[in-house]
Ligand binder design. Structure first.
Ligand code: 13P
Length: 244
């Protein structure tokens, strides 16, 4: 069965209550698209944006359900606020907050327990790409960041080369294909063919309306995780329209 494409917007630390108009515009203009759409705003906005036709996600969660963790938010709280999903292990969390693969795996388990779909991010740095160790890095991240129990419904993998995030630079299409094919084969080895065929693998990093169609045509690319271009309805909509 063909995997339905998913276009996910990661608003990062952008968005105020007034951003509800952006979500409504996306929903109105592109809500009938051929792909699934997910928007991940700051956690403060989840409750305000819930309940429409577009799925809503968080951008991180703690692995505990509650407790003495000042400033953190649990998967159960995200679900309670109305989230359907959560991005985990984004490179900005790994870099800014020292998140390890082991932490990401614990967070993923917590997300599943709360009924959230986990969007687990992996990706090499520019130095790793230059050194030819991209697949080693991605393989290690997949092994250690994804716990047992993955299904096509509870897991999405996002391949985001760190050097392509917010830079306007993207890999060669053949390089994207190599990594996505590799991720699919790793999922197959670990979880079996049926699960591996059902899990969507997104590409992220400088996806724009102008390059989305080409990226979506690449083998094993099942959609995109979009940063900057998800903050403008027209740009996000252009990417959504390219996902068939
Ligand atoms: P940009 O689309 O701004 O490069 O960000 C990608 C990203 O980090 C999405 O999670």
């Amino acid at each position: 069965m063909a995997r339905k494409k998913l276009v996910a917007g990661n608003w990062k630390m952008n968005g105020l209550l007034a951003s509800k108009s952006l979500l409504l515009e996306i929903s109105r203009e592109y809500g009938n698209a051929a792909c699934d759409i997910l928007v991940c705003p700051p956690a403060t906005l989840i409750n305000a944006l819930r309940g429409g036709t577009i799925a809503i996600g968080g951008q991180d969660c703690h692995w505990n359900e509650s407790g003495a963790h000042t400033g953190d938010i649990s998967a159960a709280m995200l679900a309670d606020a109305g989230a359907d999903a959560v991005i985990l292990g984004h490179s900005e969390r790994r870099t800014d907050h020292g998140e390890t693969d082991e932490m990401v795996a614990k967070k993923t388990e917590a997300a599943w327990k709360a009924g959230l779909m986990a969007v687990v991010c992996v990706g090499e740095t520019g130095d790793e790409r230059d050194a030819g160790t991209t697949l080693d890095r991605i393989g290690a991240q997949l092994d250690a960041s994804i716990p047992d129990g993955a299904t096509g419904k509870n897991l999405v993998v996002a391949y985001e080369p760190v050097w392509a995030i917010g830079t306007g630079r993207i890999p060669e299409m053949s390089d994207i294909a190599e990594v996505h094919d590799f991720i699919r084969s790793k999922l197959k080895d670990r979880f079996g063919g049926d699960t591996a065929e059902a899990v969507r693998v997104l590409y992220g990093g400088s996806v724009k309306p102008g390059n989305a169609e080409e990226i979506f045509a690449v083998s094993n690319v099942d959609g995109a995780l979009v940063g900057g271009a998800s903050l403008k309805a027209e740009d996000f909509g252009g990417i959504i329209s390219a996902a068939k």
